[in-house]
Structure formats: structure tokens, C-alpha cells
Design a protein around this ligand. Sequence first.
Ligand SMILES: [Zn+2]
Length: 328
Amino acid sequence: MAPGGGSAAARVSDPSGGPVGAGIGRLTGQAARCSGRLQGGWALLPLVGADGLLRAARAAGYAVGAFSVHTPEMVDAVFAAAEARGAPVLLQVGQRAIRHAGLQETASWVIARAARSPVPAALHLDHSRSWDQVVRALRAGCTSVMFDGSDLPFADNVAATAAVVRLAHAAGVPAEGEVGRVGGVEDDPSEDALAARLASVEQAVRFVQDTGVDSLAPAVGNVHGLSDRIPRLDLGRLRVIGEAVAVPLVLHGGSGLDEAQIRAAVAAGVAKVNVDTELRHAFLSALRVAVNGPDHADDPYPALAEARRAVAELAQRRIDTFGSAGRA
Ligand SMILES: [Zn+2]
């Protein structure tokens, strides 16, 4: 106890001259009145939880774009696209970015850019298979995490995902799980193999109940990556799963899908669509053209700006397809 009694905190004044407690009271009252958003639409914190964004999307029948980012230019491009379209947005840090750029580094680019953006944005850890990595992601500031136990037998996937959900919830962060197995184009699955890894409705219901996930990524014929063949979604199955579970659904492999299938998936309950491969393609195609131009012998920034613009244009088109424009 400080000499003279009373806690030190009680004597500290805020800049307006009142005690700190009164200042906090005014702040929280202000935040409550404007639903957590300050004057001019600015959020109190740079990032929001993904659960609120996805529940609002599912209720209103649109999807939030979840764009994987690999460089600071891609982060800026995704924010620029969301701001241009007035859309809520998710930025994803995936295993490739973690291997090459680092989890903490990628998260810090996103948080810094989010701090000067008026659109609600969440930072999502994509396809983690490691408890330690989820812990690191929470510490880095992720406001959404996905545990991918789709390689495991169903019961083990449930147990591992449930543990991650409890961990994430302890940090106030929502979690996504995968049931069935989405897989990638590199697997080149046959029709039979693809059918064998679809999520059943019964599995989807049990998985949500037993894990407590906030969103569910069911394998419904979607495939990661881009190939010559457009994957065919089992939209009937997706619709039945959407009716059977209350949580928002997540569609992985958004890059390889046509607009008609994406719109049908959103109508069936998909509230988050993951886009990765086609953003990397857009970035690299634009970069390739720009670096071969005449003016970029010693300055990397003009070429990176072209790559950024290509990613922003693509992300805007996807936001329009998902129906999230004007929902920020
Ligand atoms: Zn995925």
C-alpha cells in the first residue's frame, strides 16, 4: 500500500482530468452505444472475431471472402479490395506463409494494416495440424483458427478438434474444423476416391455437436488448388448439411470454382469461402510482366505495385460473387 492510503491507480487521472475509472466508464458506454464501433465506423480493436462476421453472413445469405496472404503487398491488396467494396473480410495465414514468411511476421502485417482500415477484418490461421502452432497463432493475434484433423480417423479428428476449440475459446477466439477430407488437386483423385472422402450429414452433425466448432468445413467435392477440371460440388449434400447444422459452413478451394457453384453454395449455408491459389497466380502473373518491363531494373516497388493491383482486382471480383459488398 502506498503511503497515505488508497491505491495508486485511483489517484491517476485521465487526460480529461477525471479518474481513470470514470474514463473507462465513458469509453465502454460509448462503445456500447455504437455497437463496438467508434465515430466514423472505426472499430475499437484492429481485428474482430470471425464468428460474428460469419454468423451475420449466414443469417443474411452471403459469404465473407477468406483470402490467403503471403506478402505485405497481398495484405494491402486484400484490405484495399474490401475497403473499395465496403465488405467485411478475413485474411488467412496458411502453412506456406508460415514456412516462408513466418506466422508472427504475417500476423503483424495484417494487424498493422487493419489498424488503419475501417472495414471489419479477422485474421485466420488456416489448416493447422499442430496444437503448438494454434497456441502461437493465438499469441500472434489471430482472431480465428482452423484445426485440420481430416487426415485422422473420425473419432480422433473429433477429439483433437474439440481440444483446440476449448483452447481457442479460452482465448476468446472461434475455431473451424473440417469433416470429410477436402484434399488438393495434386492428389488427382478419381471419382470414387473423391466420393469416399465426402462428409456425411450424420458425421457433420456429430462433429459440430461433439467438438463445439464455430464453423464447419465439410468436404463436398471441393478441391484445393486449380486444375483443368472444375470440381463439381455435391450441392444437394451441402444443402442438407446446411439445414442440419446451425453453424456457418466454410467452403475450401474457392479458387477452382465457377461463380454459379459458389453462389449455390452460399445459398446452401456457406458463409466463408477460402481463396488462395488464384491470388498467388494473379500476383505472380502481374509481377512477371512488370519485372520484364523496361523501367524496373533497380526499383522493386513499381513491379510489386502491379502485383498488388492484380490481387486487389481479383479479390474485389470475388467479394462481389460472395455477396459481401456493402456489408461492412
Ligand atoms: Zn483449405
